[in-house]
Design a protein around this ligand. Structure first.
Ligand code: IVH
Length: 474
């Protein structure tokens, strides 16, 4: 049910007279805005300038203000609305939201073990052809059930315990990538399941803004996305840029489901839902291993975090034969990659002088394998952040390394220190050139005041000049 504090003049209830020119214009504007939003948010290929979109949007808003009976729940004007909630209403899932078994063996043998099990359970012998699998990414966000009735988004719920989740419709409506209305011929009821996540660049930009304001930074994109979805104030949720990928179904009525998982994802994409392009139909264990390897090489360059890949038996008929064990389908498995967060110990806290003279505290660490490489240095960003995290030499810390982002210390493990460890203090003089270290009033960063006199700044400036983003000298 709609929890919006708005009354909608549902078109189904309208008398069977010819629609007014205003009603026709409003409907046309809604269609146009939906189509443009799909091009912009889902296909990342805008078809009109932002200003043009804003003009159409304002026209619809004005129409709806003058004729409230024209307002519909799927109107693009209804994304960021609603009131601050006291709590979330529980939602019972029509079809339970399951989880998938995890293959902890991160090597190729993990895929072989899965394929061997599937073949055995399907009663296949060596002479039978390879099983076809849909291979896709395991997005590191949180699962959401989107309920569309006659193509209109009516409820969005979290997974909860799988049986019962929470109604987070108000917050989910603020996610531009999630269509308020599906395209084309749509089923009576279609529950789409997928992952809400935060892109790495959106996460970094959010933390950068927090840092500039001297406020607490967020730990990782997944926690931030989960926090935003469970935010009681929808206006705050709207300020956290979230994204979405569809990967499955819940309840369906009035629709002949495609015969394969890959066909299902194609159908969802055709309805305007975001579906990740990194997916294949893989043949047998060899196909799975190849996908696992290819995505491992791609992982750092992806714009979002993944913690593995997922293999699903592609044929729905075969899925049904395999069925479920406890709360997990027998026909799917998550094949993990090395974790992007690890525990290690701080051996020392040094500083680094950057191109613009910014002096960054850096933790020297007991080397640790994280996100696919060995990390022995991680940034602490600035003294304020270091103090807030309370990190001292000898502490156990969590290090995060995701993609091309510089490895960072996200926090420490709370444990009593065996002896007194002094706090880190910013140097008064640049460790490289001896010039005074200054900080602008109200600023966050300390800087070496030496300019190009400082060999560290000179070296970094030269590297920057020659680098890929400037002269691109090989
Ligand atoms: S399918 C019946 N596909 O992983 C299978 N899940 O433990 C239901 N996840 O809660 C899940 N990417 O939040 C599926 N491509 C993907 C996924 C995916 C991430 C998450 C999801 C789920 C958990 C499974």
């Amino acid at each position: 049910a709609m929890s919006q504090p708005v009354l909608f003049g549902g078109s189904e209830l309208a008398p069977a007279s010819a629609p007014s020119p205003e009603a026709e214009r409003a409907a046309a504007l809604r269609e146009l805005l939906h189509a443009h939003a799909h091009r912009y948010y889902v296909l990342d290929d805008p078809s009109i300038p932002d200003a043009e979109y804003d003009k159409l949007f304002a026209e619809l808003q004005a129409l709806e203000a003058a004729h409230p009976e024209l307002l519909t729940p799927d109107s693009p004007t209804q994304r960021v609305l609603g009131k601050v909630l006291d709590g979330f209403t529980p939602v019972r899932h029509a079809v339970p939201m399951l989880s998938i078994r995890t293959e902890t063996d991160t090597e190729a043998s993990g895929a072989e073990a899965f394929d061997a099990r599937i073949r055995r359970e399907l009663g296949l012998t060596e002479t039978d052809p390879p099983v076809a699998y849909a291979a896709e990414l395991k997005f590191d966000g949180l699962a959401i059930n989107l309920r569309y009735e006659h193509g209109v988004l009516v409820t969005a719920a979290t997974r909860g315990d799988g049986e019962q989740g929470e109604d987070v419709t108000q917050n989910i409506r603020t996610v531009g990538q999630i269509p308020l209305k599906l395209q084309g011929a749509v089923p009576e009821v279609l529950e789409v399941r997928g992952e809400v996540y935060m892109r790495r660049d959106d996460f970094e930009a959010l933390n950068q803004r927090q840092r500039e304001k001297g406020e607490k930074t967020f730990v990782n994109p997944r926690n931030t996305a989960a926090g935003a979805v469970r935010q009681l104030d929808p206006a705050l949720a709207a300020q956290r840029p979230l994204s979405f990928y569809a990967y499955g179904l819940g309840q369906v009525e009035g629709w002949a489901e495609p015969a394969t998982h890959s066909g299902l994802l194609d159908a969802l994409a055709a309805m305007g839902l975001p579906v990740c392009e990194h997916r294949v139909v893989a043949q047998g264990a060899d196909g799975l291993i190849e996908f696992h390897r290819r995505i491992a090489a791609l992982r750092d360059g992806l714009p979002f975090d993944i913690d593995g890949v997922v293999y699903k038996v592609n044929s729905r008929a075969q899925q049904q034969r395999l069925g479920f064990v406890s709360r997990e389908p027998r026909w799917a498995v998550a094949h993990k990659y090395p974790a992007q967060e690890q525990l290690t110990q701080v051996e020392a806290i040094d500083v680094q002088v950057g191109r613009t003279g910014a002096i960054t505290p850096v933790a020297r660490l007991v080397p640790v394998f994280v996100g696919g490489t060995t990390v022995s240095n991680a940034t602490l960003h600035n003294v304020f952040e270091l103090r807030r995290k309370g990190v001292r030499v000898g502490d156990q810390v969590i290090v995060r390394r995701a993609g091309d982002v510089i490895p960072e210390v996200v926090g420490k493990v709370d444990a009593a220190r065996e002896r007194y460890i002094p706090n880190f203090h910013m140097l008064r003089a640049c460790p490289v050139c001896g010039s005074a270290v200054l900080r602008e009033k109200g600023g966050i960063d300390h800087r070496c005041s030496g300019g190009i006199f400082c060999p560290a700044q000179r070296k970094q400036a030269l590297l920057h000049f020659a680098g890929r983003r400037a002269m691109d000298i090989e």
